[in-house]
Design a protein around this ligand. Structure first.
Ligand code: ADP
Length: 542
């Protein structure tokens, strides 16, 4: 027997309708690409999103068409998101940090019809437009006064294009499982893969992220999403925040410490979210200028492991709660957050920091477990490491236009991460499965050694790879980039690690380099390092 509840479709435009009707006066603040700060309200946002939808329809865009955006976090970008999705088309957010060949590949793989592009990225697109046959029109996210001279085919200023439309439009009606948006992973190996979100998955994920143990947004919050809308579904913030009715503060292209601080302070931001490198830049700026963060209550940090120093400094010196998060594009992307819970809230000092260094526990709507190489479930004892598998309503079941089974027979998705889970449900990533170091049959966590090593004076960046060893099969090699002007030695670094990591994890060798290779999204390219140090010989072999 079916329940007798209404057949209300969970489409993302209902979020914007809710925000405009019930929080219509709340502001959206944008640091514009042209320079000045721009302000309007959720009511204005909805009106302009409706105009985008109507204008796109006039262009012949319909359900299932892919419309690309390459843009920073701004009011205009979010208008296009909702306009595209409310029409039933698919908003394809393109990450400008990908390598040029990857960009050409994904535009063509997605067969995008139109591209909305920020002024910043016009030269990048001009250089490849000749290789993008499916794109019929380029809409530059600016007004006529700032329109650059460009040879892009059918280029038009967004404001001019929008002025020819009006908001007399009704959102299209369609099934909640309709595709809403497309986001390619950066692809450390092979071509990028398209993750195709649905309206339902985005609505559910947005609500999940509003749970108090995740972002916990309330209508009185002012939220600054620094994590770009072109990376990993903007951590669902563009859905979660309008649903809560909180104010959105959009940083535009200003990712440096000074620009971020100005918004945090000037707009009384209470919650923010970004990857660790952004917080590093901000902390440096705050320390140099002796500034405080009186309004900021909590920050979500993820995408890479959060260093100990960052947790300690933000919490102890600035009284800002750090919520360590983990996830991936395929998970919409939030998988875990590390808020304290009833049985851990009393923790102080080292115990508290240790827990916060873990990637956290799953909110409702994410299931997670670890398994061994044969797929057998492993215990949640906080020490046993295994392959981390997930499932849930906002986890991918296939990649866009890729005929490849990505779930196991029970419907679990292998994240490619290696982790342990403790009795209380807190998960800790120890490695990527491709990077794992097997020494004497046991796994060594390269991530933990790296995180510890960056705490050593004079170390700017650290990477650990496994190198073949006659007795132990593999041993860790620590690769270090020194801070400018530092002459920190291998012995000093090893002495610093001593006692902070397990004895048998101690790197067998330390090498210094000028630079560590990174992927387009800032992750260390261990594959490149393994090539670089292929055949490496440790000095003393016992
Ligand atoms: P990309 O940046 O390559 O496009 P994702 O953002 O989807 O792709 O990357 C997801 C991966 O990033 C995870 O599988 C994990 O390895 C890593 N990651 C994300 N958050 C954390 C974290 N808090 N600690 C350690 N690793 C993390």
């Amino acid at each position: 027997m079916l329940g007798l509840m209404q057949d209300y479709q969970l489409t993302v435009q209902t979020i914007l309708d809710h925000a405009a009707l019930n929080h219509g006066e709340r502001e959206m603040v944008t640091r514009s690409i042209e320079g000045p700060i721009r302000r309007y309200t959720y009511r204005d946002l909805r009106e302009r999103a409706l105009r985008v939808a109507k204008a796109l329809q006039k262009e012949g865009v319909g359900i299932g068409d892919r419309i690309a955006t390459m843009a920073w976090n701004t009011d205009r970008h979010i208008e296009t998101w909702y306009g595209i999705m409310g029409l039933g088309a698919i908003c394809h957010t393109v990450n400008p940090r990908l390598f040029v060949e990857q960009l050409v590949y994904i535009f063509n793989h997605a067969e995008d019809k139109i591209l909305f592009v920020d002024l910043t990225f016009v030269p990048l697109i001009e250089a490849i437009a000749g290789k993008l046959p499916t794109i019929q029109k380029y809409i530059i996210l600016t007004d006529d006064a700032h329109m650059p001279a460009t040879n892009l085919p059918n280029a038009i200023a967004y404001e001019t294009w929008l002025a020819a439309s009006d908001a007399d439009f009704t959102w299209r009606v369609f099934d909640e499982n309709t595709a809403s948006s497309l986001c390619y992973t950066s692809g450390t190996t092979g071509n990028p893969k398209g993750v195709l979100y649905s309206h339902r998955s985005n609505v559910l994920h947005g609500l999940m992220c509003n749970q108090p143990d995740v972002l916990g947004a309330i209508s009185a919050d002012n939220i600054l999403p620094i994590v770009p809308m072109f990376h990993a579904n903007a951590w669902a913030i563009t859905y979660a925040i309008p649903a809560a009715g909180a104010s959105l503060i959009m940083p535009g292209a200003g990712m440096d410490g000074k620009s971020i601080y100005e918004l945090l302070d000037g707009e009384k931001v209470s919650v923010s979210a970004a990857v660790p490198t952004v917080w590093l830049g901000l902390l440096q700026y705050l320390q140099e200028n002796k500034l405080a963060l009186p309004y900021l209550d909590r920050v979500l940090i993820g995408g890479a492991a959060v260093p100990r120093m960052m947790i300690e400094t933000l919490e102890n010196d600035y009284d800002v709660e750090v919520i360590h998060g983990w996830g991936m594009t395929e998970m919409s992307p939030v998988g875990t957050t590390g808020k304290l819970k009833y049985s851990t809230q009393h923790l102080r000092g080292e115990e508290r920091v240790k827990l916060k260094l873990k990637q956290g526990r799953t909110p409702y709507m994410v299931e997670m477990k670890i398994v061994d190489d044969e797929g057998n479930d492993l215990p949640r004892d906080g020490t046993t490491s295994g392959h981390l598998l997930v499932r849930g309503p906002a986890v991918s079941k296939a990649y866009f236009r890729l005929d490849e089974e990505i779930l196991n027979k029970d419907g679990w998705f292998d994240t490619g991460d290696i982790a342990n889970i403790d009795e209380l449900g807190y998960m800790q990533i120890t490695d990527r499965d491709k990077d794992v170091i097997k020494s004497g049959g046991e796994w060594i966590s390269s991530i933990e050694i790296e995180n510890t090593a960056v705490g050593c004076e004079g170390v700017a960046e650290a990477a650990v790879i496994g190198v073949a060893h006659p007795k132990w099969s593999e041993r860790p090699l620590l690769i270090i980039v020194r801070k400018p002007g530092s002459s920190v030695s291998d012995d000093e670094i090893l002495a610093y690690l001593d006692g902070k990591i397990a004895k048998w994890w101690m790197p067998e060798g330390v090498e210094f380099v000028d630079e560590i290779p990174h992927t387009a999204t800032g992750k260390i390219q261990k594959m490149k390092l393994r090539e670089q140090f292929g055949g490496y010989q440790f000095k003393a072999v016992d």
